[in-house]
Unconditional design. Sequence first.
Length: 118
Amino acid sequence: QVQLVESGGGLVQAGGSLRLSCAASGRTFDNWDMGWFRQAPGEEREFVAGIRWTVGTTYYADSVKGRFTISRDNAKNTVYLQMNSLKPEDTAVYYCNAARVGWNVNYWGQGTQVTVSS
């Protein structure tokens, strides 16, 4: 059973930084995409950033390009989201996602709250 456990959320002032972590367990993740999504109150969940586990190719939403960086540590089975130059509109619950490439298989973490004050 795949488990994803997020950590690292919190309260930060605009312009500040946070690093989220997602510890993945339950299997190996070759040929999986790992990603971060977020959901603000009253809004749909939206894609933030993704990484192809095996080759390390990264993808970003336009709204976070140049400010957020996704990375992974294969040895620790952990995915990170470094968030810099945070804005109040980045406030949301951030969710880690694991999706098997080419299969309709998805797993989600429990989410971690990020609040950016102006």
